[in-house]
Structures are given as C-alpha cells and as structure tokens.
Design a protein around this ligand. Structure first.
Ligand code: GLU
Length: 365
C-alpha cells in the first residue's frame, strides 16, 4: 500500500516549545517497519518553523511571512538532519521534497513532482515533504501541512492518508471544555455533515498552522481522491502499524472514489483539450485492451500543448476515441511519431517514460 503520514508540529515537539525526538524515533521505527513489510511510505512533516525558532532562542518576531520564512530557512535543514539521523537508525534513507501550491496546480510541475516522489518510494527512499516556506508567498502557499498532505496523497494515488496529531481524533465538541464531547469513530457518508464541520471549527492552534478544520479539509480531499484517511494520536502505541493492520484508532474517513475514478474525472473535466493525436488501428486495439499509447502507434500530432496537458486521441477515421494526459509536449511528440519507445532517449536526449500517455492517465470515450 502507498501510505502518506502527516506529522504535525505538535507531534514533533510533543506539544512543548521544544523538539522532542523520542516520539519521532518511535514513529520512524514504525514507518521503517511498514516499508520493510513492502509498503511505500511518505511523510509530510511540519516543524521547520518551530525548530528554527528554538534554534534562534525563541526571538520575538512579527507574525508576518518573512519572519516565518526566516525561521523555516533556519529550521528546515535541521529538521532534515534529524530525520536523516533517526531513519538512519533503521537503515532507511530519506529525501527532502519542498513543494508549493504552484507545483501542484500546474499539470507539468504536478507530473514532475509525482514522478520524483514515485521514483523515490520505488527505490525504498522515504520522501519527507514540507511546504517550501522560504519562497512561499501568500498566493502560492498551500498554507498548512494538513491540506498539503492531502494534495500529496492525491498526487501519488495513495491508499492511506494518516494525519497524526496530539488528539485521539475528531470530537463532537471540544473535549477540554465540554464533558459530553465524543470521539467520532467513522465518517462514511459521501458528504461530511455540517455537524462535523461545525465540531472541527476553531480547534487548537499551537506552533503549527492547522487545527481540526484543516485536518477535516484534508480528509475530505483525500477520500475524494481514493484514499482512506484517519486522524489519530501520534502518541498511541504502535499507531501506524495498527492502522495498516486494519484497526481504526481515531476518526476514520472511508474513501468515496477510487483514485483511478478521480483521475479519470479530472481528465474528462479538462476545460479544453487543444491537442489531437491521431493513432493507427493497432494503437486503437491496444487502447481498447487497456494498454498505454506508445509513440509507435501515433500517426500525427496536431495543436500546441505541453507535457501534462490533456489531449484528444482520434482513430484513423478521425473520430475521437479517448482522452488522456500526455507525458511529452507537442514539439517532442512531433519528433517521435512512429518511433519505437527505445529510441525516445536518443532522439530527444531525455525521456519521461516509454508511453506517450500511460493507461492510468487515459479515458476511453
Ligand atoms: N511548513 C510549516 C513548518 O514546517 C508548518 C505548516 C503547518 O504546520 O501546517 O514549520
């Protein structure tokens, strides 16, 4: 399974102003175990700002973005050094991935980020994702790592998004002030009910940015992209292992679509598909059998488009038979029309894979 685990600042600091490595060691042990069991694991970790702040001796700073960016710039390398050390105990290599909303909004950058993440997990490296705070101005920030983790889960078609926090899950009211507050065990309705949105409103905020509301937004997004999501406490023993074994300690949100369905919906929703690829009969048959589109099956390329754009595919009679997301832009495709995939690299000088359109990025009409 492909698992995205989000660790918040409260987990990294054990809800103190200081970094608290013991809990991290424990979570890294479990994450490494999951990886050894054959799962693909990714972390989304906050903490750069908190660590930067600690490192600089807790300066009084304005709440503006440059101050936070400065703290993140100091803290991020320390955060990574810590992960490198802790995962090293278990013989696991980690990698740093810093993203902004822009990297996820543009299809081309989206594909690049996706391919890098997938290359890492396929090589058994655990990517540790954070927002690229130092360059992230208001317009291009995701703003909180809960939503960022859901975007990452969507990006890589994760099966699980695990949001670890210092609370056992989502409550019907604030448990610190309301003795009747109850843990919500499961959300399985297609829409998250207004009562639950209400319950999540205005929850704690410490050094991290999120609260329960951003966790709920993240859960909502993740389940629409085909992942199961759970909000649970990072402090509970063996929390990650138990979740993957099938326990639901915390608030569980069942997926409401498969990731393939959600991707296909995205492809069909493309506002405009200016590009047109004509293909031969062999390719039509291959596509109908569920195959990918290879350059050898293309007969012509029309329109101007970029890698990551949605294009139309037409059969030899000129009828549109499918739509899909291209791995190559129109200029490159014009150079590899009718070529065997093995020649892509020598013709273009690089390659983004054998397929013009991978079957998972393709919808037959
Ligand atoms: N990117 C921020 C950091 O690493 C945290 C954002 C969040 O907590 O949601 O400090």
């Amino acid at each position: 399974m492909r698992i995205v685990i989000k660790l918040g600042t409260s987990t990294l600091t054990n809800s103190t102003p200081y970094l608290a490595p013991p809990l991290l060691v424990e979570l890294a042990r479990q994450a490494s175990q999951l990886q050894a069991d054959g799962h693909q694991v990714m972390l989304v970790s906050s903490g750069a700002i908190a660590i930067g702040r600690e490192r600089l001796g807790f300066p009084q700073l304005p709440k503006d973005i440059p101050a936070k960016q400065m703290l993140a710039a100091v803290g991020q390398p320390r955060l990574m050094a810590l992960y490198e050390q802790i995962f090293g105990l278990y013989g696991v290599t980690v990698a740093q991935i810093l993203l902004t909303r822009m990297d996820l909004a543009s299809r081309r950058r989206y594909l690049n980020a996706r391919n890098t993440l997938i290359a890492l997990i396929e090589h058994k490296v655990i990517p540790i994702v954070n927002e690229n705070d130092t360059v992230g101005t208001e317009e291009i920030r995701v703003g909180d790592n809960d939503n960022l983790s859901a975007l990452v889960a969507n990006l890589v078609d994760a099966n699980w998004l695990i949001l670890l926090t210092d609370q056992p899950g989502l409550y019907t009211a604030d448990p610190r002030t309301n003795p009747d507050a109850q843990l919500v065990a499961e959300v399985s309705t297609r829409e998250i009910s207004p009562e639950i949105w209400q319950a999540a409103g205005g929850s704690e905020t410490g050094l991290g940015t999120g609260g329960m509301i951003t966790k709920l937004q993240a859960a909502d997004l993740a389940r629409r992209s085909g992942a199961g999501c759970i909000i649970a406490s990072g402090k509970e023993s063996n929390i990650l292992l138990r979740i993957i074994e099938g326990e639901k300690p915390g608030t569980y949100f069942s997926p409401i679509a498969t990731s393939l369905e959600s991707r296909k919906r995205y492809i069909l929703s493309a506002r405009k598909a200016p590009g047109l690829l004509s293909v031969d009969d062999g390719a039509v048959q291959a596509l109908k059998r569920g195959g990918s589109l290879l350059p050898i099956g293309m007969t012509s390329v029309e329109g101007t488009f970029e890698r990551g754009d949605t294009v139309r595919i037409a059969n030899p009679n000129g009828s549109e038979i499918a739509r899909g997301i291209v791995n190559y832009g129109s200029r490159d495709l014009a150079r590899i029309v009718r070529c065997p995939s093995e020649e892509i690299e020598s013709i273009l000088g690089y390659h983004f894979g054998d397929e013009v359109i991978h079957r998972n990025d393709l919808v037959l009409l």
